[in-house]
Design a protein around this ligand. Sequence first.
Ligand code: ZN
Length: 259
Amino acid sequence: MSLYLKTLVISLLALLSGSAFAQMNLFEPYDCRVHGDLSWDETVTDTLSQVAINAILNKAEPELKIEIDTIDGWKNWRTVDNYTYGKNRGSLPMITEVNALHPYFRDRILELIRTCRAKGIELAIVETYRTHAKQHEYQSMGKKYTRSGAGKSKHQYGLAIDVVPIVDSVAVWDNKMLWQRIGIVGEKLGLRWGGRWRHPYDPGHFEWTGGLATAELAAGKLPNLPVRDEHYPCIEEDIKLLRKYWREWETTQSSLTRK
Ligand SMILES: [Zn+2]
């Protein structure tokens, strides 16, 4: 046996005895809930992507909450009531949960919050996902609130967020210089910023659609992730869970509207 072959065999043996390789079955489908450092309850059938969660946990980001309850999980989503940030936003509560967002977009938002914090700017989340019922309420409140009809706002696909800077415990809506600094951070992360718009100027609004038009989103198409990002092996399961929770919220908020 040549020295080359010997070296090759020894390297292979060393590889096979390595725990990671020995435990890995190359012929089994990849299960996003098995890999990684967190252990999951066996009864859990649906979770958000664990790889994505680990990626965020490693950044010690306080905004992320792990969602594992499949029946009532949507009820644990954070919400705020009208006037929480000093403005009239209608009677239906606003969903402010970051986990209500498309996972890729959510992670960009966590990055936006983290980067702004590092610059001394504290951001509050005013609204993430928005039901049709809530969108309808904004429409009835006038053009100042939204120009988008039902199904036309990116919020309704978990692809938009409204934030506001908090200074000395007060939401500051009218500091253009401050908005500019926040907007630039968002744009560097690849987000579309409402501060570039005129009708209406909406500097607290950030969105991402992966290049999709609203009609494509309405037809159920999912935005393509940038090729460089490999943190989302379970994106389809994540979206399935999100859509289930979004439906629960739709049912709840539309029944509130009818009362
Ligand atoms: Zn918005």
